[in-house]
Design a protein around this ligand. Structure first.
Ligand code: ZN
Length: 277
């Protein structure tokens, strides 16, 4: 087979943040993720850093779709810029889509971007690419990996994942789908994971419950918890602990409040009692 396929990381490879991958044939292209990177301490005046996709602008009409694997900032944070630069539909699972909508809405792009919902287990075709979405467990719910059938062969993109056997949302990674891909023959596995080059394993997200339990039991007064606004599972764990210990919970920060409200509407965030009238 002499089909030509190029896989170009525009950001996120060998660094933490601003994930964006271009997968292209001579006539068609896919973008996977559109993330940001938080500035270092010496980057004064810089709010955030986005992937450098200028090399793709000369063939932006090749881009058939933008696929976002999960809702973390380093995969979604540049969406307003990417949605403006490329006039292609954006595909994401319900929670990821909700998080993207919050961002696009804030940028005044809510009506302009073409968002489409996909689910783990579903598949779509974009130009010569067939994309199969499979569930991966991660520290945010509703993450997916991608099996991308291209004219050159099958590419498996893991997304961000954690092989957590006791995930907070009770939905582990779809190992059977991974086995099925391997049976078909995989041309390339794209899999980049923080600390993957270190021996051992990362504890399950569940261990956080124990830590929360200890703190909630011992603290005589107010408890302050810091977390990323996109870490819906962690917010859920804090809500569960607050509920168990009959504490009131207050969310601080625009993204935190907007994301929690959106996740509550989708049912991915539960455990808050209804507001009193
Ligand atoms: Zn992630």
């Amino acid at each position: 087979m002499n089909a030509e396929l190029r896989i170009i990381p525009l950001g996120g490879l060998g660094e933490i943040g601003k994930n964006m991958m271009l997968i292209e044939t001579p006539s068609d292209a896919l973008i996977v993720d559109a993330g940001l990177m938080f500035p270092e301490n010496d980057m004064l005046g810089i709010d955030y850093i986005i992937p450098d996709y200028r090399s793709v602008l000369d063939r932006k009409d090749h881009v058939r779709g933008i696929i976002v694997t999960h809702g973390h900032e380093d995969h979604t944070g540049a969406i307003r810029h990417v949605a403006e630069a490329f006039d292609a539909p954006i595909f994401a699972t319900p929670l990821t889509r909700g998080l993207l909508e919050v961002k696009l809405g804030r940028a005044g792009l809510a009506g302009r971007a073409h968002l489409q919902t996909v689910k783990a287990g579903s598949e779509i075709s974009l130009g010569p690419f067939r994309i199969e979405f499979f569930h991966v467990c991660h520290s945010i719910p509703d993450g997916v990996g991608l099996g991308i059938t291209t004219p050159a062969g099958l590419i498996v993109h893991s997304g961000d994942f954690k092989f957590d056997h006791t995930p907070v949302d009770g939905w582990p990674t779809d190992y059977a789908k991974l086995a099925e891909f391997s049976g078909r023959g995989v041309l390339a596995l794209l899999s980049d994971s923080t600390n993957a080059d270190q021996a051992g394993w990362t504890p399950s997200e569940r261990v956080v419950d124990g830590a929360f339990e200890e703190v909630f039991r011992a603290a005589p007064g107010r408890i302050l918890i810091g977390t990323f606004a996109s870490l819906i599972s962690r917010i859920q764990q804090a809500a569960n602990a607050a509920y168990r210990h009959q504490r009131k919970m207050a969310l601080v920060g625009t993204s935190m409040v907007e994301n929690a409200r959106m996740a509550q509407k989708l049912g991915t965030f539960r455990g808050m009692p209804p507001p009193k009238r």
